[in-house]
Design a protein around this ligand. Structure first.
Ligand code: FES
Length: 152
């Protein structure tokens, strides 16, 4: 679906900015928003480019650079961090070879640090695209990544 068609699904109301940005980003095969996307949203909502840019920069789920098809968000808030002891990042690095802030060369995976994902009682936690994975340990992380690679 082209960008203008996505935007037109929403009323031109600033309250819809986050939803529009989400849809545009989800529609992009590399999981990011382009400058053109931001300009279109600003024009449609009758606001400034800098207002849209500010929203995109504020929320960590938005990206202005290409990311992997699978965006892995690792919770680095205190509780997960305390229980995790770097198991999650170590296992991710062993299985896909990248660290936080990096993307695989084939644009399949990106890894990002996240604030609390809201599942503290089930820590350590990570999220891959819209799915949350809890009670992580090395074995579980390896299985999750292998399953994605096998089924993609
Ligand atoms: S601290 Fe990690 S999910 Fe809340």
């Amino acid at each position: 679906m082209d960008e203008q068609s996505i935007i037109s699904k929403f009323e031109p109301n600033k309250d819809n900015m986050l939803n529009i940005l989400h849809e545009l980003q989800n529609n992009n095969q590399n999981n990011f928003l382009t400058n053109e996307d931001l300009k279109l949203v600003a024009e449609y909502l009758n606001t400034s480019y800098s207002a849209v840019y500010g929203v995109v920069k504020y929320y960590s789920m938005f990206s202005l650079k290409p990311r992997g098809k699978y965006v892995i968000r690792v919770c680095k808030s205190p509780l997960c961090h305390m229980l995790d002891k770097e198991i999650v990042l170590t296992e991710i690095k062993q299985n896909i070879g990248i660290d936080i802030g990096e993307c695989t060369d084939n644009l399949m995976f990106s890894v990002e640090a996240s604030e609390c994902l809201g599942y503290c009682a089930e820590a350590p936690v990570m999220m891959i695209n819209d799915k949350v994975y809890t009670y992580l340990d090395s074995k579980k992380i390896k299985e999750i990544i292998q399953n994605i690679k096998l089924n993609d």
